[in-house]
Write a protein that binds this ligand. Structure first.
Ligand code: SF4
Ligand code: SF4
Length: 135
């Protein structure tokens, strides 16, 4: 948590999830692995500044229900101490993700667009080339 004045007005948004970087997918299999993450409830995947992240909506067990304060504030982990308002959810509001997947079906569609459309384009190009060579 950061500036106390802002945190007082907030319900501890930053303590209600965690996000971890994942490897940038390269082939269809990599994208399908990410689809598997997205089959799970409360998991999303986003891309920010070209980097891929998995996000798990899972409240910290130390966030107090009544006043949204940290139960272990004095000995909170390093990541919590380092967190600043520069990345604060309450201040930032909407996110500006390049890509954002909230379920596996979205990734399924994305895979089709990314890989199958390209395949169709290649097939079309081959057909055109064949037609041209017949002339
Ligand atoms: S999201 Fe921002 S305002 Fe809310 S508790 Fe966290 S640091 Fe404070
Ligand atoms: S330990 Fe405290 S500051 Fe850190 S995520 Fe949990 S409730 Fe928030």
């Amino acid at each position: 948590m950061a500036k106390k004045s802002l945190c007082k007005k907030c319900t501890g948004l930053c303590c209600r999830y965690f996000a971890l970087p994942i490897e940038t997918p390269e082939d269809r299999g990599d994208y399908d692995d990410i689809r598997w993450y997205l089959c799970h409830k409360d998991v999303t995947v986003f891309v920010e500044k070209g980097d891929w992240y998995i996000n798990m909506k899972n409240k910290c067990r130390h966030l107090l229900k009544d006043d949204h304060k940290c139960e272990i504030y004095e000995k909170r982990p390093r990541l919590c101490r380092k967190y600043s308002h520069d990345n604060c959810d309450f201040v930032d509001g909407d996110y500006d993700y390049e890509l954002h997947f909230t379920n596996d079906r979205q990734m399924e569609e994305y895979i089709k667009l990314k890989f199958d459309n390209n395949v169709n384009e290649k097939k079309k190009t081959k057909k055109v080339k064949k037609k041209k060579s017949k002339k």
